[in-house]
Structures are given as structure tokens and as C-alpha cells.
Design a binder for this molecule. Structure first.
Ligand code: PLP
Length: 470
């Protein structure tokens, strides 16, 4: 592609992006394709000869776009959002044009130093103390893995990486059943083993780990010759927003000398609003915290910030310094690849910098406050209908509900069928989960450009389709 064609297609892509976003409300949120349909439409063998960009772009529009789920659709109420504010898309275009590999300070000093600055901006925005520094990871899963490896190494007096785990005492990590499955994965990958991830019973409206049960489990494990290493607490669990009492968890951790990692991947964004910070009160006592600006805040995927109290222990766990990665003659530099599992790193700080400057914290706070208020209102409206029950009350903008009409034998099956019917309809997109053994329907408002009318539309669609579903 020569420069002229590069310019032409870049402009065309930019225009396409704007039109795509403008037209999202006219598309079904979830694509109406069958499994294998897209695959069958793509040639089975790679092209030997170059093809014109016109043909490639036309195929993109004809074959790919209709098979996409539209995560930026204002009526995307499923999972959690993966918001890409337009300004962060612009930043990502610049990042992909420069295409720098930002593993070391010297492989892109501006990327490293902007990362240091915007992570500290976010620390201030979330009201965290200066004791925290941080790094942008690709995902919360990676951040949690880095935290679990650090807690493992700390517990093993830094011998795990060197000697392996055979012969080491059995390491134990504690959490509730409401943490995300990325915690299970981190435990597997760290060689700790699923059986050593101890699930602590929960209590209360937000299903917080019982501090007494947590304390008792640690004491019992010690008595049995096991090695407690850390606790993973969640604020805004994926299923129904399960939220631990962080102050109580930190207190137990401190008493036993354990590491505390807090997963606030989704809910962390809301902590830019001081009135929501009670959800993680005590967080300043944690050792690390992960939150994803790529979820609710609007920084295009991927962008996950891990705040760390003692980066030395993280670097001691993960840094490898072969000669070819050394930077000689520069003191005091940071090589962020030493803070994460992958060596290569994208320039993720730029989109966050653009986002924070273009919207300001006040703009982002307004968005989050609106989502929470609209979601609470929707929960109330459903609660007010005889055939609906709110299964878990709103935690920020996430709640779950069930349709419980009289005379339906299998309500689980009925609600699963209802979600599927709603998603097939296409005007809104929801997902289901299990709560206390029952199938429930999740709703979260969080898309960057959603309006109150979009949430009202969700009410209409849910009620209309539930009526026809019986
Ligand atoms: N933690 C929570 C609470 C989540 O909801 C999710 C994903 O939805 C994750 C962790 C994993 O996030 P990531 O995709 O960034 O690894």
C-alpha cells in the first residue's frame, strides 16, 4: 500500500467508523447469524495474488459486520460494557499508526512516561493514597495473575520461581464464590491448584466474605501445616455485583501477614464518584487493586490498571534482565515489561490520556451517575410489576431479575428462554447468570452513549417479550 492509498483507506476507515457509530441504534445488538455461517463465507485458502482494497473492504462490510456483536450499541446491557469512547478510538488510530512496541523505557520513552503520569491521574481520580503506584496491563486477568504470582513468591520467600513448587508447602489463597473466573485461572497458572483456592462463605445484601469465616479458615490451614499466601477480594463481582467488606478483609490479612488483591475490574470506574467509594472502603490497605478503564470508563479495550503498594515485590517476581533488554547509562528509568507477564506492550496510555482530557472527570462522573440512576429506576419499575421479581438489588448499575408468571412449572427454563427470545429480537442485549441455584437475568446499564430512553426501551422490550413468552 503506497502513501496515497494509505491516506485514502485511512480516511475511508475513519468515515466508516463515524457512520457505523451513528447508525448503531438501527442494528440488532447481537448478530442474527448461525454458528459457522461467517466461516463458510470466507475463502478456505489464502490468496496467492494481491487483491484490490475495494474488494477487501466490500467483503468486510458484507461478511464481517453482519456477524459482529455491537458492543458500542447504546442498548448493550449484557455482560459488562467494553466502552470505546470516540476519542479513545482516535487515540488508538494514532497508536496503531506509530505501532511502537513499548516494552522498555528506551523502546518508547513517551509511552512509559505518559503511562506513569496517567496511572497517577487515575490514582488521584479514584481517591487512592499516594502510596500506590501502578502499571497498565492488558487485562484484569493478567493483573490478577501478576498479583497471585507475587503473593506466591512472597509466601515462599522468593524461592518459587527458582525451585518450583514440588517440595514447597501447599499454598492457600482465599476468596468468595463471587470472584471472576480469572482468579481460578491465575491460581491454576501459578501452580497453586484449584483445591487450594478456598471459598469463604458470604453474607449480607452484597454477598461479602464473612471475616470470621475467613479468619477461621486461615487459622485452620496454618494448624494443618498449609501456607496461607493471600486473599482476593472483589468489588462488583461479575455475576451479580458481589462486593466484599474490604476494610474487614484487609484487617484479617494484616493480622495474618497475607497479601490482599482487590478485583474491581468493572466497579473501579465508579470510584471516580466520591459517593460510591463506600463500596471499597478500606481499599487503601490492599497490596494491589485492579480496575479496567476499558470496561465502564471508555478507554478502548485493552486497558487495565493495576495499582500496587510495593512495586518492588512485583518486579522481583516478574523481572528478567538479559543483556539485550538492558538500558545502559540511564538511571531511574522504569521498564514496565518488568511489571507484567508479557514482554511486549502496546501503547495503552494514550487513549486514557485523550479520554480523561476530552471528557474531564466531571463528564465521566455524570455518565456513571446516570447509568446508576437509570438502572435503579428500571429495577424499581420491574419490581412494581406482579410477574417480575428483582433477584439481586442494584450494585451500582447492575441488578438481576426473574420473570415469575403463575402457572409456569420450570422457571429456570422459562427465564433462560426469555433471555434468548429477547436477544433474538435484537433491540436490546442481556445475559443470564445463576444466583443461589436459580437462573436469573442480568441487567447493567453502562454503554458510553446510552440514554435514559435506551433504558426505557429495555423496560418496554422485556415486558413485551415476557408477555408473549407467557
Ligand atoms: N474481574 C471482573 C470482576 C470481571 O467482570 C472481569 C470481566 O468481565 C474480569 C475480572 C476479567 O477481565 P479481563 O477481560 O480484563 O481479563
Amino acid at each position: 500500500m503506497d502513501s496515497e492509498a494509505f491516506r485514502h483507506w485511512s480516511l475511508k476507515a475513519a468515515e466508516w467508523g463515524v457512520d457505523y457509530r451513528d447508525g448503531l441504534r438501527d442494528r440488532p445488538v447481537r448478530p442474527q447469524v448461525e454458528p459457522g455461517q461467517v466461516l463458510a463465507s470466507i475463502e478456505a485458502s489464502p490468496p496467492e495474488a494481491a487483491e484490490p482494497m475495494e474488494a477487501i473492504f466490500a467483503d468486510f462490510e458484507a461478511k464481517i459486520v453482519p456477524g459482529m456483536t455491537h458492543w458500542q450499541h447504546p442498548r448493550f446491557f449484557a455482560y459488562f460494557p467494553a466502552n470505546a469512547a470516540p476519542v479513545s478510538v482516535v487515540a488508538e488510530y494514532l497508536v496503531s499508526a506509530m505501532a511502537a512496541q513499548c516494552m522498555l523505557w528506551q523502546t518508547s520513552p513517551a509511552a512509559t512516561e505518559l503511562e506513569t503520569r496517567v496511572v497517577d491521574w487515575m490514582r488521584q481520580a479514584l481517591g487512592l493514597p499516594e502510596a500506590f503506584t501502578g502499571v497498565i496491563q492488558d487485562s484484569a486477568s493478567s493483573a490478577t495473575l501478576a498479583a497471585v504470582l507475587t503473593m506466591r513468591e512472597r509466601a515462599l520467600d522468593w524461592q518459587g520461581n527458582k525451585s518450583g513448587l514440588s517440595g514447597a508447602p501447599r499454598i492457600r489463597v482465599y476468596c468468595s464464590e463471587h470472584v471472576h473466573t480469572s482468579i481460578d485461572r491465575a491460581i491454576w497458572i501459578a501452580g497453586i491448584g484449584e483445591e487450594n483456592l478456598v471459598r469463604i462463605p458470604t453474607k449480607g445484601r452484597f454477598r461479602a466474605m464473612s471475616a470470621e469465616a475467613l479468619d477461621a479458615a486461615i487459622v485452620q490451614d496454618r494448624e494443618n501445616g498449609l501456607l496461607p499466601a493471600g486473599i482476593i477480594a472483589c468489588v462488583g463481582g461479575t455475576s451479580v455485583g458481589g462486593t466484599d467488606d474490604i476494610a474487614a478483609v484487609v484487617e484479617v490479612a494484616r493480622r495474618h501477614g497475607l497479601y490482599t488483591h482487590v478485583d474491581a475490574a468493572w466497579a473501579g470506574s465508579a470510584m471516580i464518584c466520591p459517593e460510591f467509594r463506600h463500596f471499597w472502603s478500606g481499599v487503601e490497605g490492599a497490596d494491589s487493586i485492579v480496575f479496567n478503564p476499558h470496561k465502564w470508563l471508555g478507554a478502548q479495550f485493552d486497558c487495565s490498571i493495576q495499582f500496587i503498594r510495593d512495586p518492588e515485590s512485583l518486579v522481583r517476581t516478574l523481572a528478567i534482565r538479559p543483556e539485550f533488554l538492558k538500558t545502559h547509562g540511564r538511571d531511574g528509568i522504569t521498564n514496565y515489561s518488568e511489571w507484567s507477564v508479557p514482554l511486549g506492550r502496546r501503547f495503552r496510555a494514550l487513549k486514557l490520556w485523550f479520554l480523561l482530557r476530552a471528557h474531564g472527570l466531571e463528564g465521566l462522573r455524570t455518565m456513571i451517575r446516570n447509568h446508576v440512576a437509570w438502572s435503579e429506576k428500571l429495577a424499581e419499575r420491574l419490581h412494581g410489576l406482579p410477574d417480575f421479581e428483582v433477584a439481586s438489588e442494584p450494585m451500582l448499575s447492575l441488578f438481576s431479575f426473574r420473570h415469575v408468571p403463575a402457572g409456569v412449572g420450570d422457571l429456570d427454563q422459562h427465564n433462560l428462554a426469555l433471555v434468548e427470545a429477547i436477544n433474538r429480537d435484537g433491540r436490546i442485549y442481556l445475559t443470564q447468570t445463576r444466583l443461589d441455584g436459580r437462573a436469573v437475568i442480568r441487567f447493567q446499564a453502562g454503554q458510553f452513549e446510552a440514554t435514559e430512553a435506551d433504558v426505557d426501551k429495555a423496560f418496554e422490550v422485556i415486558v413485551e417479550i415476557a408477555l408473549t413468552a407467557g
